[in-house]
Design a protein around this ligand. Structure first.
Ligand code: NDP
Ligand code: MG
Ligand code: MG
Length: 341
């Protein structure tokens, strides 16, 4: 059984006695900075010159500085810029300005696990990774709840890295739900595998194939959209509440029987072999290398794949239909016209 931590296991005063720099003010950055501030922590947001995020952070009354200035003043530096820019940002603005005994925190183990960032031995290196999007992390905190976090320590220079990480986790509201103890390696490899094989890659491809199969057979795209995409949320909500069993309990016997006989036909044993190959590429660093090389070149492959995804026939159908939905007042207004803000 994994080791779990709750509010009683952490001492909030540890992080309250530190100056914390939050580098980046995007999805995770805004949530961490605001939750820490509201938990009585001294926060400064570090942003690059001319950053589009500056106005948003200042609007919330947060102190904003350049990354270099924020890091210079900080006892704890949480790096919440996108994974692919962290290596360059660390080398240029963080490492040269880091206090000798400053702690480095991450919300994903990517750069440490694959060696793109190699902190000096004097620094505590820890992870506090919310298992949810930043906007949910903020919303849950404001509602008096929290999103579960994963906590890990890669380097315990001070001997107090765990206490610090748990204190930080408590301050962002994570321990109101639970903290789960892990390692950088486990978090990074399972996170990448999960998003590639199941959550993002697997599910998106499954929906697209389902939509293509129905529309190519002559069914109306609007009806196909409802059957293979819209209803997915209702099914996933049931799984989230009570596992696959609750989903099967709730759907009709017809749907449940179809699940048993056709699920393994669609997702057959070969798919598991493919998943193992995906996991092997994650573990070997081959995926990380491909992603970072492409990003370093300006992301040509990434941009091409994104454009191709946006052109899939299901997208315009969904866009038109969602305008008609009474329930489509999406809680995160940041996503507009295919761009995540
Ligand atoms: P975002 O893409 O939302 O980060 C955007 C922020 O980073 C903006 O403030 C942006 O500033 C800044 N930024 C972008 N490029 C640079 C740069 N070159 N130099 C300095 N600042 C830059 O990141 P996420 O919040 O999605 O991810 C942050 C970390 O959290 C990652 O490690 C990720 O894996 C992890 N994570 C993310 C989750 C999520 O829900 N998104 C969930 C759990 C973990 P500007 O306005 O200047 O562009
Ligand atoms: Mg991830
Ligand atoms: Mg149905």
């Amino acid at each position: 059984m994994a080791e779990l931590f709750y509010d009683d296991d952490a001492d909030l005063s540890i992080i309250q006695s530190k100056k914390v720099a939050i580098v980046g003010y995007g999805s995770q950055g805004h949530a961490h900075a605001l939750n820490l501030r509201d938990s009585g922590v001294d926060v400064v947001v570090g942003l690059r010159e001319g950053s589009a995020s500056r106005a948003k952070a200042e609007e919330q009354g947060l102190a904003v500085a350049t990354v270099a200035e924020a890091v210079k003043a900080a006892d704890v530096v949480m790096i919440l810029a996108p994974d692919q820019v962290q290596r360059g940002l660390y080398a240029a603005d963080i490492e040269p300005n880091l206090k000798d005994d400053a702690a480095l925190l991450f919300a994903h183990g990517f750069n440490i696990r694959f060696g793109y960032i190699k902190p000096g031995t004097g620094h505590d290196v820890a992870m506090v990774a919310p298992k949810g999007p930043g906007h949910t992390v903020r919303r849950e905190y404001e509602a008096g709840r929290g999103v579960p976090v994963i906590v890990a320590v890669e380097q315990d220079a001070s001997g107090q890295a765990w206490d610090l990480a748990l204190s930080y986790a408590k301050a962002i509201g994570g321990l109101r739900a639970a903290g789960i103890k892990t390692t950088f390696t486990e978090e990074t490899e399972t996170d990448l595998f999960g998003e590639q094989a199941v959550l993002c890659g697997g599910v998106s491809q499954l929906i697209q194939y389902g939509f293509e199969t129905l529309t190519e057979a002559g069914y109306q795209p609007e009806v196909a959209y409802f059957e293979v995409l819209h209803e997915l949320k209702l099914i996933v909500d049931l799984m989230w509440e009570g596992g696959i069993s609750k989903q099967r309990w709730s759907v009709s016997d017809t749907a449940e029987y179809g699940d048993y006989v056709s699920g393994p036909r669609v997702i057959d044993a070969h798919v598991k072999e493919n998943m193992k190959a995906v996991l092997a590429d994650v573990q070997s660093g081959a995926f990380a290398d491909r992603f970072i090389k492409d990003q370093d070149a300006g992301g040509p492959e990434f941009k091409e794949l994104r454009a191709k995804g946006e052109q899939h026939a299901i997208e315009p159908v969904g866009r038109e239909l969602r305008k008609l939905f009474a329930w489509s007042s999406a809680p995160d207004a940041d996503y507009v016209d295919g761009q995540v803000g």
